[in-house]
Design a protein around this ligand. Structure first.
Ligand code: PMV
Length: 337
């Protein structure tokens, strides 16, 4: 039996613009997906979060992976992945089947299955990278059983393929930070570590209700906007991201706050915020803080103020669901063999 865990993440800045080849700064957080795995004849999955379990043949998984890949190619040609997304949502386990089929193929496992128990304290569908974290944890767990010598680089490549099935054309930033951990500068697949100033070692996140669109749907929504309008906003976020890297190096708290707010304004203009989040952002700004969405849109709002007590006082007054999180968590790890 192996036990593997992978972190979730927040986007400090650069979500959406990263999809167009610009950089993003992403940090792993200490909320993790945990997978226990052991060899088995078939594929068995128990999902503790949803309290559901299933069992299927490896052939079914391989067929689901093949079909998903065909639909991905079709979607890529049309720049529209809705057929792929409907297929993967057609049954509660379809996505897991395609995931397992693809991992078995990529790891060249010719004989044998796996029994998985999945658990997580990472909320899903709120921009904290739950799908990437799960893709990474499952890939690492199966590799630990069948191909233990495999590098994290290879795990990341497979997880990126899985993320493509989940989101169409993702940037690859989420899976990279879930594999390597810490805080990263992610630009066109290139990954560099970023060191955060003391004032940003932890952040407050506010969890607003789960969004009803997936990351793939939200990326598509932005892609469907008028090109000139969209490109302008994407460029604004990209500019703020480059400036953020300097501001972090200079440990300039005011610049960091200002850039978080600029990113949020542009994300709002791209249509991925909502009135509840806009209201919260306004209140945080009123006390001299900064706040923005993290990830595809809706769900998590990262909030920052150099005087944390003042921010906590405000969030309590607003009666929102918040918690403090540590940034720069460790990447995927095999916890016990
Ligand atoms: O919502 P999340 O946690 O899946 O983050 C998505 C980030 C995007 O930039 C919108 C998409 C991507 O592929 O990077």
């Amino acid at each position: 039996m192996v036990k593997v865990s992978a972190p979730g993440k927040i986007h400090l800045i650069g979500e959406h613009s990263v999809v167009y080849g610009f950089p993003a700064i992403i940090s792993a957080i200490e909320k993790r997906t945990r997978v226990k795995a052991e060899k088995s004849e078939k594929i068995k999955i128990k999902n503790e979060v949803y309290q559901k379990e299933t069992e299927f043949e490896i052939e079914e998984a391989v067929t689901a992976a093949k079909k998903s890949r065909e639909l991905w190619k079709k979607g890529d040609k049309k720049s529209d992945f809705s057929e792929l997304f409907s297929f993967l949502r057609s049954d509660f386990w379809k996505r897991n089947q395609a995931t397992l089929g693809l991992i078995f193929e990529r790891l060249k496992v010719v004989k044998g299955g796996v029994s998985l128990i999945i658990d997580s304290n990472l909320p899903t569908g709120v921009g904290l990278g739950s799908s990437a974290s799960l893709s990474v944890a499952i890939t690492r767990a199966i590799a630990a059983l069948y191909a233990p010598q495999i590098s994290n680089q290879k795990i990341n490549e497979i997880a990126f393929e899985l993320e493509k099935l989940n989101h169409g054309r993702p940037s690859g930033g989420d899976n990279s930070v879930c594999v390597f951990g810490g805080t990263i500068w992610f630009e066109k697949g290139k990954i560099e570590p970023v060191s955060l100033p003391d004032f940003l070692q932890n952040l407050i996140i506010v969890l607003t209700p789960r969004r009803n669109l997936s990351t793939g749907d939200l990326v598509q929504k932005v892609r469907n906007l008028d090109k000139n309008f969209r490109d302008q906003k994407i460029k604004n976020i990209a500019k703020a991201t480059y400036k953020m890297r300097r501001a972090l190096e200079e440990k300039d708290v005011n610049k960091v706050k200002n850039l978080i707010n600029i990113a949020q304004d542009n994300l709002t203009e791209l249509g991925i915020s909502n009135p509840e989040i806009d209201g919260l952002v306004k209140e945080v700004r009123k006390i001299g803080g900064a706040a923005k969405i993290s990830g595809g849109g809706g769900g998590t709002v990262i909030c920052f103020h150099q005087n944390k007590e003042e921010l906590i006082k405000l969030l309590k007054k607003l009666k929102v669901n918040f918690e403090q999180i540590k940034l720069g968590a460790e990447g995927v790890k095999v916890e016990k063999s």
